[in-house]
Design a protein around this ligand. Sequence first.
Ligand SMILES: NC(=O)c1ccc[n+]([C@@H]2O[C@H](COP(=O)([O-])OP(=O)(O)OC[C@H]3O[C@@H](n4cnc5c(N)ncnc54)[C@H](OP(=O)(O)O)[C@@H]3O)[C@@H](O)[C@H]2O)c1
Length: 256
Amino acid sequence: MGAAVVLACRNPERAEAAREEIVKETGNNKVSVILVDLASLESVRSFAKEYQQKFSKLDVLVNNAGLYSSKRIVTVDGFELTFEVNHLAHFLLTDVLLPSLTVSMPSRIVNVTSEAQRSGHIDFEDLNGERKYSGWKAYPQSKLANVLFTYELARRLEGTGVTANCVHPGTVRTNFGRKSGGIMAVLVRIAAPFMLSPEAGARTVIWLASAPEVGHITGRYFIRKAEAKSSRESYDVGVAQRLWNVSADLTGLNQK
Ligand SMILES: NC(=O)c1ccc[n+]([C@@H]2O[C@H](COP(=O)([O-])OP(=O)(O)OC[C@H]3O[C@@H](n4cnc5c(N)ncnc54)[C@H](OP(=O)(O)O)[C@@H]3O)[C@@H](O)[C@H]2O)c1
């Protein structure tokens, strides 16, 4: 579509390889990389700073990165890895990039969640899995957090010209879960032949990011280019507001 695209990646070699592949396949050379490690809030802030030095606006933000971990890993910020990368980092990144999105309104935010949100529950007493950790609890919790964040963000952005929606990409043959250890790593390998291609998995994300017919839609959950219902807990405004406040505290946004 000829858009200027910034790839937000943590690994310089993999990022450059992806950048070169996109340029080669599309002929669009307005593709660049800014490094970010979503397991570090400082890195998220410095990404946003660099972005804002280089670009005056942002039309679409896609919060896509996510992981499953069968072991409990603690980040440099002291948070459980899944909770920070899948939720807190996107929460912070979106907030710090909001001025760039607002100046280019109408603009869009697309959060990549998962049908795993259905079995998720926000355990406010143990968000970081300190008492009891399981990837099967942490991942669905983080994906439910993506949905709750999207809905609350859409409510807060009402009337600003910035929309926020979330999407389940399908079950996609990517690197997801492959290095996670445990049963997940085995399951994704066995199921690989039955999964969608990455191109098919990207379709609804790209559609939400670019299609004129969804430009005015906000605060919704999509699967296969159609609106879908998310879990009961995801529609609980009290839970969404509480998660927002806790996330703002944990990422330091309440001190700004
Ligand atoms: N695949 C599925 O079946 C499926 C189903 C439902 C939802 N989803 C969601 O789809 C999204 C994309 O996942 P995927 O399937 O494409 O998995 P993937 O192949 O593992 O890709 C995940 C991406 O996230 C990046 N990432 C992980 N940790 C990061 C960090 N600390 N900082 C910066 N980037 C980081 C990875 O970078 P590296 O290349 O450096 O590792 C990778 O590019 C996720 O949000 C996932 O929850 C996937």
